[in-house]
Ligand binder design. Sequence first.
Ligand code: H2U
Ligand code: ZN
Length: 342
Amino acid sequence: MAELPALFAEPHRRYDPLRDEWVLVSPGRTNRPWQGGEERLQVEQRPPFDPACYLCPGNTRANGETNPAYATTYVFTNDFAALRPATSDAVLEDGLLRAEGEQGTCRVICFSPRHDLTLAGMDPADVRRVIDLWAAQTAELGARYRWVQVFENRGEAMGASNPHPHGQVWAGTALPTGIAREDASQRAYHARIGRQLLADVAAQETGGPRVVDENEDWLVLVPFWAVWPFEVLVVPKRSFARMPDLDDAARDALAAILGATLRRYDALFGVPFPYSLGWHGAPFCDDADEDAWRLHGHAYPPLLRSATVRKFMVGYELLAEAQRDVTPEDAAARLRAVGSGR
Ligand code: H2U
Ligand code: ZN
């Protein structure tokens, strides 16, 4: 591997071309003494079925509905949905004060009937089933809504309410702020250069110091501009605008590399690694630019230097700009080194 620029050993800023923003990188700061809070360790043995779990097959949820005896995956409308289909579409404009009604829907996706499994521990064939479901949900809701956000919050540190393997999908009529930024960046880059922004990122990063893993169809890397310590970007090597566009081969290859990446996470500090993981593809707007967009996944884990010390987005980050201590190159090297075995 080529030598890293000397700049990377000193405080410097890096540019995120997807979100059009900067991050401050301050290498070496993790050596500072730490007398602050530590996360509680979440290593508990879970049974395959928990009679008190509201996601296990056959159990009753908070609103009194009963889950079917599902054998693979199960989707239901969130009983405490943040978006609902039949809400006001009124618009308020009062000087600087603006508001608009937002319609949508929120669903919960159970990845497995097994309470004790995680995506990292599931067989590739079962992860493939989850990918197929993510794709189907995206296609179905994309017919009605402009944005479909598929995601998983895992672990108490990320606010997950239940250890049963599950994710969520939220769909809404507006283009959320972060997506609008990614949309504008990819459109502008494609219009200017004639290639996809993420195709060029993949081409430039392949074989480099920030790659964590790759297979025939996918590249997993710690982005040059990563904000979270062990953040990764999952990019297909071929051009797919949205998850439903993935062909059979790309879905199988994704099941393999996603499981492997999440096992690297778990191996890093020897604990079930908390994270938020989600997918971004071309929006379903009438004027969507499918040529500019490339589907990709973001994983944002909060842990910084052990199972118990997390990164906080506070002070300078909240008031000025995101900042990180471990360089993306160091993070990638550590994720490569831990391996992805079961
Ligand atoms: P999280 O673990 O990421 O919070 O997702 C679980 C979701 O499940 C959460 O959004 C919903 C919560 O609203 N839920 C139900 O829909 N029914 C229940 O009986 C409990 C939780
Ligand atoms: Zn359960």
